[in-house]
Ligand binder design. Sequence first.
Ligand code: ZN
Length: 254
Amino acid sequence: MRALNLPDWIQFNEIGGIPSNNYVIERPRERWIIDPSIVPPPTPATVARSAEPQLRIIATHAHYDHLLALKKILSANPNSRFLIHCEDQPALNDPTTNVARLFGLEAVFPAPDFLLEDNDLIRLDEDLVLQVWRTPGHTPGSSCFLLSRHSGSRRSSDSETASGNCFREETLGSELGLRILRPGKYIDLADGAICLFTGDTLFCGGIGRTDLPGGSPRMMRDSLYLLHRRLTEMPPDLPVLSGHGPGFPAGDMA
Ligand SMILES: [Zn+2]
């Protein structure tokens, strides 16, 4: 993997028989896993803490090779939460559309605790969010997640982004211990961008398949236009971290 400008509290794990990546974002109170992959990720030791963190799991899409370790992780961590884009929820329970059957498995997966929508901001802590970019084409709900610095609400109901955009915060998921803001439109967070997780939409030198159930070449083309447009606005050294293979800097696509 090329040297990427990643903070030491983000761990990159390439594991499994079919090498699908997972990523761990380690924060003082919570540990966020991007794609459970085939086996649970090793526990990072980059953040000192007095108690075990709450576990939060986010899937970029509902293909089995990104989810096989999910059940094991959830049963070992009963208070963990699982989030995925709403358009990929049906595939969790269907081995044809989660493509397990194609590889001789009958895998189905636990129901999500929270269904994400395009442009949602998942607050990781007081100054970090994951922004949902819905990028359908590989699957209907395939999503990229931009990790960016974005401070908590300065006033009771409004929040200001690094570029000065204000939006009304609607906080969802609080009953689950989550803080999801739903601005209902794209908020430019390029100024604080740390990295982008792209799942199986965009790889180093390639794009995801569109010939699997739920795939759409037309939607993929539109998603790639969107990614290209947004990545040209990002710092050229922004790490782009995909579901398989090495990461690469955003400038390689722009
Ligand atoms: Zn996939």
